[in-house]
Design a protein around this ligand. Sequence first.
Ligand SMILES: Cc1cc2nc3c(=O)[nH]c(=O)nc-3n(C[C@H](O)[C@H](O)[C@H](O)COP(=O)(O)OP(=O)(O)OC[C@H]3O[C@@H](n4cnc5c(N)ncnc54)[C@H](O)[C@@H]3O)c2cc1C
Length: 520
Amino acid sequence: MKKHWGWGLADSALTEQEIRDTVPLVIEQLGFGGSEVQMPVPLESAQLPAPRLKPGDLADITVADRRNRAVHALGKAYRDVVRGFRGDFANAPDFVAYPRSERDVERVLEWADTQHAAVIPYGGGTSVVGGVEPRGLEAYNGIVSLDVSHMDRVLEVDVASRAASVQAGAAGPVVEEQLKQRGLTTRFFPQSFEFSTVGGWIATRAGGHYASGPTHIDDMVESIRAITPRGLWESRRLPASGAGPSPDRLLLGSEGALAVITQAWLRVVPRPEYKQGASMRLPDFAAGCEALREVLHAGLSPANCRLIDGEEAPGDDPRPLLVLGFEGSLDVAAELSAAQRICRKHAAEDIAESAADSWRGAFLQAPYLRDILVSVGVMAETFETATTWDRLDGLISDVRDAAQSAVIEVCGRPGRVTCRLTHVYTDGAAPYFTVLAPVARGEEIDAWDAIKVRVSDALLAAGGTITHHHGVGRDHMPWYDQQRPEPFAAALRAAKNAVDPAGLLNPGVLVGLNHRRAAD
Ligand SMILES: Cc1cc2nc3c(=O)[nH]c(=O)nc-3n(C[C@H](O)[C@H](O)[C@H](O)COP(=O)(O)OP(=O)(O)OC[C@H]3O[C@@H](n4cnc5c(N)ncnc54)[C@H](O)[C@@H]3O)c2cc1C
């Protein structure tokens, strides 16, 4: 059973005393944080609107209890965690449907059409961009959250082609457990792996474990099967195809606005036999970027490659930490050595592997830690982008400045703004920023929204994208609108009109709420 707010399961929630015990550590680490610990509003006292619609013929696959409605009201961004913490579920769906088959998905869409209800496809609910929050949908008669998590099986494995057919609702550990029995794996481990699902990864073009090479789920998708209000959308299984624009490409990143993804064939790999890693410290971040650019240009493709600000990395060393890892079915020692040699030319110094281990531990614990930070009055949020190497240094410095000055203006004192590179390419890299700041209780949402506008404007002005892997959702729409060409936006509106003429699916995401008028 998921917690009704924040990250994790209900039975993993910390007690007030456990949180209180962490306060001195937080203050020592960050230099700020309130000594007053607040606890979340219990589910029984949370604010949920009365449901407007009853499920009628869908009663056999729906639930409408408080926990389910609350869990499906919000994603997992900082602004979601805060609102859940305060018991604010103003946009809760009327009920949650749990289809067990594609026919059930069709039934929900047919029912929604007759009722003029909005349908929000929901996988693991880990969206950090307002993708699953039914916000601003007053024009609809009601809202259904369509949670596909009961459709979670690996249906078929084609060993010869190294591909697996997986149902969309399978979360990371559920897919991996089933593939492991065949000696296979997706090697796709986003930080949200514990709860995010195959359908969610495809719908948001998620970025996974590989830091170079096949970084996005796009690279692993062989074909997709989905249900639209106008019928089944299934692409052919092919290793490659030059036959016109790809149907899969339109569903990748469609964020629940075009179809409900029900299954996909994913390219899988044998579990790697060889893994080798190393950690290094660089004199400064720019030297680390230069080193990685050269590593990529040398044709090397590290599976793990994280360049982390000294302030964010574990340990007392203020220099940036580089975590490098290679893996494969052949020995990767030579590749690791070659990458290290290049990095040493940029004054990188080898350090003990344990630094990388402790960073990995912190990485996996981060979502749990954020819930504690909310309890002690610390703003904690991340945002990410990608840009070409020629603009990378400028973007990082502009965005850091924008974030830091916005924090001072909004929160009244400096916070901590750190950066790491999460993914690297021959032509650029993906910087990922973390903002930690003291924030007045009750002002968290307005404060973060003001900072988000400033950093998002700075990202676009510096030549970045509004997102490298978190998706667009409702939160990124103003910047997505600015970065996409208008003829493409018109084509997307027309596509939406063709497959979802009544505008039932995730209204307001990718296509504005008034899309029908605009497409005419
Ligand atoms: C702590 C944390 C760490 C994260 N780390 C990463 C990371 O490393 N890499 C990364 O890419 N992202 C990351 N994210 C963001 C998030 O996990 C991804 O966007 C993920 O792909 C969402 O998957 P989900 O199953 O939770 O989808 P949801 O949050 O349920 O939905 C996301 C969007 O996809 C749509 N959708 C979901 N399922 C379907 C479906 N079956 N058919 C059609 N549309 C659907 C929804 O309508 C919504 O628009 C992180 C988030 C958190 C909170």
